[in-house]
Design a binder for this molecule. Sequence first.
Ligand code: SF4
Length: 478
Amino acid sequence: MMGHQSKQPRLWSYNVNLDRRVRADHPLRQIERLVDMGFVYREVKGRYGTRGNVSVDPVVILKMMLLLFLYDVRSERELMRTIPERLDWMWFLGYGMDDEVPDHSVLSKARRRWGTGLFERLFERVLRLCIGAGLIDGEKLLVDASLVRADASKNSIRELPAATVRKMREAMGRLDEGEPADEAPAGGTNATHVSTTDPDATLAKHAGGKAVPSYKNHRGIDGKAGVITAVSTTTGAINEAHELPNLLGQHRERIGQLPKAVVADSKYGTVENYTECQKLGMRTHMADLAATQQNHPRREGIFPVEAFGYDRCRDVFICPAGEELRRRKFCVGRGHYEYIARAAACAACPLRPECTRSKIGRTLKRHPEQDLLDRARRQAASPAARLDRKRRQHLQERNFADAANNHGFKRARWRGLWRQRIQDLLIATLQNLRILLRNTSATVTQSLARLLERVSTALGHFGRILASFRPVCVCDPI
Ligand code: SF4
């Protein structure tokens, strides 16, 4: 007989157990098993008073923020509307069927109350789990940055006097209750142009050449499994090359050692980064920025620096025409010595069209730590470095694409630099968690396969031993 589902709502439900409704291999169940959130209470204890209204449990709030990014929910209001519809989310949050979901504003209030510290601790805890699972070897750090569109329209940009813009940004920092404003002062267009809805965001050009209010996310990922070990957030106009020391510092603090090699594209291959990495004993597998500039049309047909010999004892360069280029001055801003040939010699030189287009003659520069720089450039041009950069392209771009496609990385949800830091930390934490879950289940499968193999080998041995025993007959000759 055909059945019909009754649409009559039941007044009472017995035996509702959410734990039985969530499957055993549900990602949220695995997150719950892996990450002990008990530290949250200790971390935020000082941020709550001892009297007054009882707050929503901080662990529940943190889990709500994780759900927001894990499922890329469009807004906090939508998250709160969706929670009662999702049994798995309710189970994860520890809610019963009849529990009330709080107002969406508890999330923004909690962020303001907690600051960024709690999210950093959470990121570090998950990273430690990744280290424990053997997902980090600390050999190579792959570095890159990506722009994030701020939650501000281009129409909110106003041109104001530089002093007013500076004061607006300072006031924004004060409003945000003492979150450190460690950004370098904005220069260029950003010194006089500010978004009135999010003064922390600065104008930066995205793909397609449009300049919009933006932030920039900088990441260092370990070369073994792509686990993120360092995260930094700045305004969009910051040069990513300047963030490398910060990322290296974070990596060392969390992993306990510096990587053996740093892999990055040519934006990071600056003189400062090369010399610093060499001093710290790391291999520089970053493409050389100067090499890309040498291909500039202005330098086409001009003798490269390699065409000049350097006499270390006399500290002079010898040009292809045999003329000496002597040290002229130290350029403080650029941090190098400048060498120049005699103007009269250059003026009369037949090789001049292939050597220089400058009126004063050919000049060369040499860094005070040129030997370190030369070694760094040799390492950067090695086949191993090229291979690493190819791998970085896949690993790093996959990492950013995963963040954009699955966690809403490319658009800021909230306004202000410190809130953007929270967003970046939460997304990085979730990405690491997903790598951990993927590899933990793979590790369990491998361990089971190994165990089965051992059992079957042992059984095989046992079978052979049994076969070697013959029943002994009394008539057999001994
Ligand atoms: S132009 Fe000056 S530096 Fe260049 S090859 Fe001639 S003499 Fe030497």
